[in-house]
Write a protein that binds this ligand. Structure first.
Ligand code: HEM
Length: 113
C-alpha cells in the first residue's frame, strides 16, 4: 500500500488544523468557567491567576498560543485558497504560517516569563 501522501506537507497542515481547532474548542469551556469565577468567586479567581504565574503554566499557555496561531494563520491560508485566485505555492504558505505561529508563540513565552 502506498502511504506517501500521508507524509505530504499539506496533509500534515490539514491534520494540524483539525487538531488545533479541536483543542481550542475543548479549551473554550474551561476559559469561560475561569472567566465566570470573576462574577461568582473572586477569591478563587485570584488564586487561579496566582497559579498561572508559574513558568510551567506560562509554557503551557505558550503552547495554547501556538495552537491558536497555527489555526489562525492556517485558517487564513485555507480561506485564501478558497476565495482568491489559485496559487501553486501552498506548501510555502503552509510553512510560512507554521513559522509565523512559532514566532508568535515564542514571543509570547519570552514576554511572559
Ligand atoms: C482565529 C480565527 C480562526 C480562523 C481564521 C479559523 C478558520 C477555520 C477554517 C477556514 C476552517 C475550515 C477548515 C477546512 O475547510 O478544512 C476551520 C475549521 C475549524 N475550526 Fe477554526 N478558525 C478560527 C478560530 C477557531 C476557534 C477559536 C476554534 C475553537 C474554539 C476553531 C475550531 C475549529 C474546528 C473544530 C474546525 C473543524 C476542523 C476540522 O474538521 O478539520 N476555530 N477553522
Amino acid at each position: 500500500m502506498d502511504i506517501r501522501h500521508r507524509r505530504d506537507t499539506l496533509r500534515i497542515a490539514s491534520l494540524i488544523h483539525r487538531f488545533s481547532g479541536l483543542a481550542l474548542a475543548l479549551f473554550l469551556p474551561l476559559h469561560f468557567y475561569v472567566l465566570g469565577l470573576a462574577l461568582n468567586d473572586a477569591a478563587r479567581l485570584d488564586a487561579f491567576l496566582n497559579w498561572t504565574d508559574y513558568p510551567l503554566v506560562k509554557f503551557v499557555e505558550a503552547i495554547l498560543v501556538l495552537l491558536l496561531a497555527l489555526h489562525l494563520f492556517g485558517g487564513l491560508r485555507l480561506l485564501a485558497l478558497e476565495f482568491l485566485p489559485w496559487s501553486p505555492r501552498q506548501k510555502a504558505y503552509a510553512a510560512s504560517a507554521a513559522a509565523l505561529s512559532f514566532f508568535v508563540s515564542v514571543g509570547f513565552f519570552l514576554s511572559a516569563v
